[in-house]
Structures are given as structure tokens and as C-alpha cells.
Design a protein around this ligand. Structure first.
Ligand SMILES: Nc1ncnc2c1ncn2[C@@H]1O[C@H](COP(=O)(O)OP(=O)(O)O)[C@@H](O)[C@H]1O
Ligand SMILES: [Mg+2]
Length: 497
């Protein structure tokens, strides 16, 4: 909700706006600022809450704690006025008089210079009321606003002078970036806790803010910060997918923005389990050096983190505030598979619709890396162009790819592949997926250890050959997935099996 949008609304015809935000004070400030810009005539600004009733500044209006009466009073005002109405989400449930009064307002305020802003932390309107409102989501504060909050916090501290002196542009950038994802109030609190009793601003303070942010992301209930150690690919094979990702490696840099290159919106990686889908998404984040957020769709749908739509909306908001970042949605079909068993138009359908609309319209550089095992249940609208930049299909690795995967996992365990006949070993892994190859290397290392020997070609080949591949028990299913993906997705590998 940019200031410009608010100003346009104040000057426009529609009288009711529903503002989704937990930050009442910030919204009040934004509305006041927009009203000031809106034009020559001054607006009176009222607020209403279920405790204080109608107030103008500090002055209370008698007999206005009842919401229906308060709206009635506002309807009768003559001068240009704005009303910031809080708590609606607590009152609307089966409240016929209030519902009716709001509909009256929608009609009666149209020809006037009076507007009502309903400020609520969630969108909880009955469907038949949606059309009466302009619905706006307030994004979390971005860098400029956070920078202002940082300055204001510093000014409020006793050692303001020395703190300001030690705040280099580099440290300011880092602190502001570390605070992205916080609401304005939270950012203020985090800054002041981190800076309390400090004389100078240092990297340690940046770390304190980052630590607070991990806790905040967890608090959302459905998102998790994933920290990954590797800065390299460590992915065997999958040439096409790696090429695609490498070509876009610089897309999130300021230079790319200057050149007008659109940051990619995301990829959907589908296919057999254990072939490295999750691995690829994790690798993208570390290769592009972007923070990685994992969204747990199961938790979105189970309702423990609040109503599913709200949980999704919050997750989207947090990811946008942390942008540029990678949003990892592992096994995106988990919730969708359930959805088909439940009635259409339920929570699940709305969560999916919300996600898809966001995918199509998002402007924040959030790269979505989604993975799916059960491709057949994916609804066609997910696969439609404009949502994901590319759909990738991953099958079982070819001999060449298996060799690369083997080498990666041997090297990880300090075993030098140059001392082994790798072509021979790759042959022993026929039918295995990446995860099984990794498990084979681990098992062989244990075996060698228990025999008090160095890991030998013989032990490795034997262990790998004795692994029963998933692909044997699931041959039919894999063939079905492959047939499905052939016309719909790009192959992640260069080679065919
Ligand atoms: N192409 C690959 N290159 C290297 N390691 C792989 C590859 N594919 C799978 N693995 C190993 O198997 C593990 C499990 O793979 P994962 O990405 O979870 O598979 P998926 O998500 O497709 O089920 C990975 O963490 C990695 O160690
Ligand atoms: Mg996976």
C-alpha cells in the first residue's frame, strides 16, 4: 500500500477500504500523511476502537462505543472526514446490524468526501461483503523506512552521538538488510535492544539483529530460515537445469536491475524422488548467495499457524520483505492432493489461488523454487505459462551423471575418485537415484571401517550393486511420470538414460 495509492483512494469515489495490517499506528501515520498530500481541503481524521469509541485526536465523542451508532454518527458528518475503524474482525461475526450499517455506508458515502478505513490484522470478511471494499495489504517496511527507524532509535539512546559516528554506510546497509521482515514496531524494538548500552555499532550488533530475525521467521509458523554451508554446486549431472540457473546467477544484482533484466520468478522441479530436486533448490540459494526460506505447505493447511489463507499471506509478506531471497516450497502438491478430496471453494482452493495470483503479479525479487513428486495431481493452472519461468523434469540419472554423483559423494568423504575405476563403479549403480548412490557410498565406508580396511573399489561396487533401487519397485510409476512430463517440462539432464 503505497502512499500514492492511499491518496488516490482518498480522492476517488469508492468510500470503504479494508487495510490488512497488524501495524495500526503505522497505518494511521500513513493515512494521515496521505490525507495531507490529498489536497487543498483538510480532512478531519477520526479513529474508532471498541474500547474508546469514536475519537478525534484525544477528544472522545460521547455515546459512540457501539459500532453501529458510531458509523451512524460518521454518516451524518458534513465536513470532509476520514475514519480509521479498528477491530472489525472481532465484531462482524453474525452481527446483522453492523453488516447492514457497513453496506449503508458503502452506498451513502459515495457522493461525499468521507472515507472509512477498516484496519484489521486479517482478512475476515464474509464473501458477500468483499465487493463493498477496496482491499489493501500493507507491505512490511522496506529499506528507506527501516533506515529512518534506525536513525530514530539511535537518537533516542544516551550514546546517540558516538553510535552515529560509528555507523558507516556499510554497517547501515547491513543493519537495514538484517531488519527486513520486521514490522516497523518490531524493527524499532530489535534495534533498541541490540544498541542498548552500546557505545559503538559493530558487526556483532548486525549478528544480534540477524539472530532475532531467524526467531521471527520461525514465529510465522510456516516459514523456516535454511542455512546452508555449501557455496558450490555439488550437484552431479542435471546439465540443463544447472545451465539455466547459472545464466541467471547475476539476475538479482543491482547491475541487472539497471540493465532492466527482470529477475526470474521461479522454477518448478518435478520428478522421481531422490534425484536431487530439493538439493537443487538449496544449491540455487547458496550459489546465488541469497537467503533461503522454506515454506511448509503441510503447516499452512493444517491450520495450526492460523487460518490457511492468513498463514499463506503472511508467508508471502515475509518473503517479500526479505527479498531478494529464494522461497523454497518443497512438495508443493502435498496440500493440493488433499484439496481434490475436499470441497471446491474451500480453504485449500483459496490458498492455491492466492499463491498463483501472487506468482503472476509479484514484483518483489522472490525466486520461488518449488518441487513436486506427484506430478499428476498438479492442477493445470500451476503449469500455465506466466507462473513459473520453467518447469523441469528430473528422471533417473544416466551413467555419466551417476559417475559425477558418485565422485561428489566420495570426495565429500575424503575418498579420491582418481584412484578408482569410475566407469566400472558407475556401471554398478545402474537404476539407482542420487540419494541411493549417496547411501551406497556411506554404507560402503561403514563396511570398510568395520573390516579395518581402506574403502576399496571392490567394497564400493559390491555395496552399490546390492542396493535395491526404488526404480525397480516403482518402474511402472516412473514410466508414468516420465510420459506425463515429456510434453510438459524441460529435461533437467542433457542426456537420456
Ligand atoms: N544429482 C545429484 N548430485 C549429487 N547428489 C545428489 C543428486 N541427487 C541426489 N543426491 C543426494 O541425495 C540426497 C537426496 O536428494 P533430494 O534432493 O532430497 O531428492 P528429491 O528432493 O528429489 O527427493 C541429496 O541431499 C544428495 O545428497
Ligand atoms: Mg525432496
Amino acid at each position: 500500500m503505497a502512499l500514492a495509492n492511499l491518496r488516490k483512494f482518498i480522492l476517488g469515489k469508492a468510500p470503504l477500504m479494508y487495510v490488512i495490517s497488524e501495524e495500526e499506528e503505522r497505518v494511521e501515520r500513513l493515512i494521515a500523511a496521505a490525507a495531507e498530500q490529498a489536497g487543498p481541503q483538510p480532512f478531519q481524521i477520526f479513529t474508532w476502537s471498541c474500547i474508546h469509541g469514536l475519537r478525534k485526536g484525544k477528544d472522545r465523542v460521547e455515546g459512540s462505543t457501539d459500532p453501529v451508532a458510531a458509523l451512524g454518527l460518521f454518516l451524518r458528518l458534513k465536513d470532509p472526514s476520514l475514519l480509521i475503524f479498528k477491530d472489525l474482525h472481532l465484531l462482524l461475526d453474525a452481527n446483522a446490524p453492523l453488516t447492514r450499517q457497513i453496506k449503508e455506508c458503502a452506498r451513502a458515502l459515495r457522493p461525499t468526501h468521507k472515507k472509512i478505513f477498516f484496519v484489521c490484522p486479517q482478512l475476515t470478511l464474509p464473501p458477500d461483503m468483499h465487493s463493498s471494499f477496496k482491499i489493501e495489504d500493507v507491505p512490511l517496511p522496506r529499506s528507506e523506512e527501516l533506515s529512518t527507524i534506525l536513525d530514530a532509535t539511535i537518537q533516542g539512546l544516551p550514546s546517540a552521538e558516538s553510535l552515529t559516528k560509528s555507523l558507516t554506510p556499510d554497517l547501515r546497509g547491513k543493519l537495514v538488510r538484517a531488519a527486513m521482515g520486521f514490522t516497523a514496531t518490531e524493527a524499532g524494538e530489535v534495534f533498541s535492544t541490540a544498541l542498548m548500552e552500546q557505545e559503538r555499532i559493530t558487526e556483532t550488533i548486525v549478528d544480534l539483529v540477524i539472530a532475532e530475525k531467524s526467531a521471527l521467521v520461525r514465529k510465522s509458523g510456516v516459514l523456516e530460515f535454511v542455512t546452508s554451508a555449501t557455496g558450490t554446486w555439488e550437484i552431479g549431472g542435471l546439465f540443463n537445469l544447472k545451465k539455466w540457473l547459472k545464466e541467471r546467477g547475476q539476475a538479482f544484482s543491482p547491475e541487472a536491475t539497471k540493465l532492466g533484466l527482470d529477475p526470474p520468478r521461479g522454477i518448478l522441479v518435478m520428478g522421481v524422488s531422490g534425484c536431487g530436486k530439493s538439493l537443487c533448490v538449496k544449491a540455487v540459494a547458496s550459489y546465488w548467495k541469497l537467503p533461503l526460506l522454506r515454506l511448509d505447505m503441510g503447516k499452512v493447511y493444517d491450520g495450526l499457524a492460523g487460518p490457511p489463507e492468513e498463514a499463506m499471506r503472511k508467508a508471502i509478506k515475509t518473503s517479500e520483505a526479505l527479498a531478494p531471497c529464494v522461497l523454497w516450497i518443497d512438495e508443493i502438491e502435498a496440500g493440493i492432493a488433499n484439496q481434490q478430496q475436499k470441497q471446491a471453494g474451500g480453504h485449500e482452493a483459496r490458498v492455491l489461488a492466492l499463491f498463483l495470483t501472487w506468482m503472476q503479479e509479484k514484483t518483489a525479487p522472490v525466486f520461488v523454487g518449488a518441487t513436486a513428486n506427484e506430478v499428476e495431481v498438479l492442477p493445470p493452472e500451476i503449469l500455465r505459462k506466466g507462473r513459473f519461468d520453467e518447469l523441469f523434469y528430473m528422471g533417473l540419472p544416466s551413467a555419466g551423471e551417476r559417475k559425477e554423483i558418485l565422485e561428489i559423494h566420495m570426495r565429500k568423504r575424503n575418498v579420491d575418485p582418481a584412484k578408482f575405476d569410475m566407469d566400472y563403479l558407475a556401471e554398478s549403480t545402474d537404476g539407482l537415484n542420487g540419494a541411493e548412490i549417496e547411501q551406497g557410498v556411506i554404507a560402503a565406508a561403514f563396511e570398510a571401517n568395520s573390516l579395518n580396511q581402506e574403502l576399496s573399489e571392490h567394497i564400493l561396487a559390491n555395496t552399490l550393486r546390492n542396493t535395491v533401487p526404488l526404480s525397480r519397485t516403482m518402474r511402472e510409476r516412473i514410466q508414468k511420470i516420465e510420459a506425463w512430463a515429456r510434453d510438459r517440462a524441460m529435461k533437467a539432464s542433457l542426456e537420456t538414460i
